[in-house]
Design a protein around this ligand. Sequence first.
Ligand SMILES: O=C(O)CCC(=O)C(=O)O
Length: 288
Amino acid sequence: MADSGEEIYKTTFKLYRNWSPKSDLPLIDLRYAENYENFFQQLEQSSDISSPSVVANCETFTHFKPFDQWKIYKLIKGLDGFFIITGILKENFRQDWFDYFHDQLPSYHEELNLKSNISLNDLNEKSKSKLRWITFGYHHDWNSKVYDLNQKTVRIPDRINDLCRIVSMFMNFHISSSSSSTLKPEAGIVNYYTQNSSLCFHTDHSELNHHAPLFSLSLGSSAIFLIGGQTKQSSQPIVPVLLNDSDLVIMSNESRLALHSVPKILPSETLVKNGNILRVNVNIRQVF
Ligand SMILES: O=C(O)CCC(=O)C(=O)O
């Protein structure tokens, strides 16, 4: 028989998989203070923080909102080091980022040495509807989750480098220990979600470095994200939070190894529908 920890995680996942706007299940929406204040604290902006426009060599820096418009929330009921920065991209670049990861990235598979669940040669609409993931940088074996550390060609898309530089710079102002706020992108997964997709509870532990944070960018339709403890037996609560278009999750310190899942994708309100893929998640890790 499954122990009670297993049971709680399984039941919570199932409940949120069946979430509907009419259900009375709690769901934290960071756009409304009364909705989050028991679980998240909005951090004060540092007044001397400079805007991303000072970041040299970042081609896409103009896609990001100025730093003084970023809103950063820290989880206060749960593991330490879990942050969400909401809506980091300007409204008029959000579709562009979705399209980049959905349409353009797959076509750079040779230059960027990408791997995917489908063949990225001769992609057409039919084969693209089966796209579920692409990995870049160091690839891990999808089943064993072990990285091939002898890999010869390790390429990181420019947008990922830009994103990590800009977010790391912002985080250095907000949390004191720079080792847990700076991410050197060495590996990543682009997850493609359809209306019915979900991702079960798991931890991301294959990287050799667990001190560097993990960054996770949501694009497109909103999703319910559940974050719990490091093990299913932990006494930490499972916190349900809505991730919206261009929200950035940071898992650092204790939360770097937290169990998390995506039980449900909500229909898009704003994004132009792009085939059957409603949501794209870009998950970036430092391996060494
Ligand atoms: O889609 C998400 O927001 C999370 C993805 C994730 O947890 C992963 O790729 O490990």
